[in-house]
Design a protein around this ligand. Structure first.
Ligand code: HEM
Length: 162
């Protein structure tokens, strides 16, 4: 690990929030529970929209489902990043070399890129306007389901690789 990164992570580990969550089982467990709740908001809303794009719930228009589900996913992502970063600060040097943690952060980044690329695509506009879901959008929805499921598995695996 580059010395500047080790130094930065050491500073994070020495921070007041890190010490607070490290020294209070109740606070750490509550933070972890908030992380899991936020994950539920992100994965629950994204998976529902992906399944609609893949053909399930076809009686419900994409144009009606997408706005609220996207907003819940965005709010969930905000809270999952805040709670995740605070969890990370408790033992940053250990997590930075944890293969499951690194895999999860990579998958979360891919999940966000996939979602942003989908939303800026012509196919997405078609799905919203005409309720016709092109194959490119279905492929993005399938990728999304696999990526976020992978992020959950990798996240749970962190604790087993320590
Ligand atoms: C949507 C994105 C994310 C998903 C799906 C996710 C998923 C998970 C899961 C399933 C766990 C295990 C919870 C448990 O059973 O106790 C976990 C723990 C954790 N996550 Fe996340 N996470 C996400 C984002 C983040 C981010 C952005 C960070 C850091 C910046 C992060 C840091 C952590 C840490 C440090 C733990 C504790 C690991 C342990 O010691 O067991 N997570 N995450």
């Amino acid at each position: 690990m580059p010395p500047f990164l080790a130094e930065f992570l050491q500073t994070l580990a020495g921070s007041a929030p890190a010490a607070f969550f490290r020294n209070s089982t109740f606070a750490y467990a509550s933070l972890n529970a908030c992380h899991i709740f936020s994950i539920g908001l992100v994965v629950g809303s994204i998976a529902t929209l992906d399944l609609r794009l893949l053909g399930l719930f076809y009686r419900f228009p994409v144009s009606a489902l997408a706005p609220p589900l996207t907003r819940v996913a965005a709010a969930g992502l905000y809270f999952v990043i805040v709670t995740g970063f605070l969890l990370f600060c408790v033992r940053p040097l250990a997590y930075a070399v944890n293969a499951a943690f690194l895999a999860k952060i990579t998958l979360v980044t891919l999940g966000v890129i996939n979602a942003l690329a989908l939303r800026s695509s012509r196919g997405w506009a078609l799905a919203l306007e005409d309720e016709l879901v092109p194959d490119s959008v279905r492929a993005a929805a399938l990728r999304s389901l696999l990526i976020w499921a992978g992020a959950v598995f990798a996240g749970r695996w962190i604790g087993f690789l320590q």
